[in-house]
Design a protein around this ligand. Sequence first.
Ligand code: FMN
Length: 177
Amino acid sequence: MTKILGIAGSLRAASSSKAVLRAVLANLPSGVEGTTAEIWPLPHYNSDHDGGPEVAEFIAQIASADGLVFVTPEYNYSIPGVLKNAIDWASRPAYASVFAGKPCMIISVSAGALGGVRAQAHLKYILNGMLAHVHPGQEIVIPQAPQKLDQGVFNDAAILAFIDAQVSDFCAALPKA
Ligand SMILES: Cc1cc2nc3c(=O)[nH]c(=O)nc-3n(C[C@H](O)[C@H](O)[C@H](O)COP(=O)(O)O)c2cc1C
């Protein structure tokens, strides 16, 4: 079974990023299973410590995944600090971390009109810096994402169909488990 690990860049319960990630993981192609990484328990990055069991678990989840799907909002023209903090924990040793060679795809959301496109560009730059393999494909940016939830479920059919095509393409390109 091919394994996808989903990572959301927002911690809030009613997050549109989390809702989109739930939709992605619920609709993976056959032979692909998805789980979600919880980044809220991770401490602030400090290289004086190893971060404890939560960090070890997060790194192990990334290591054992065949591919990562990030769904993140844009905060102040970049990715949220909580997501950057999580990535920093799993980024050592530099150029030889669990991110090196890891296939990744990115979906960005925003409450405004631009769909988090600047955060998406920043996340690609960060992942490239860790030698992760960002899947080449049409960018998925979701504007006004919070307005597209119905009782916590992301329900924009056109965007879901577009996501489905991109996720299928990403999964098809993953090395076979
Ligand atoms: C601290 C903060 C900074 C934000 N900065 C931006 C921004 O730079 N660009 C943008 O489009 N939206 C920005 N927003 C609005 C987010 O796009 C919006 O809150 C979004 O719904 C958050 O994602 P979530 O629903 O997954 O929590 C910001 C929100 C917060 C809380």
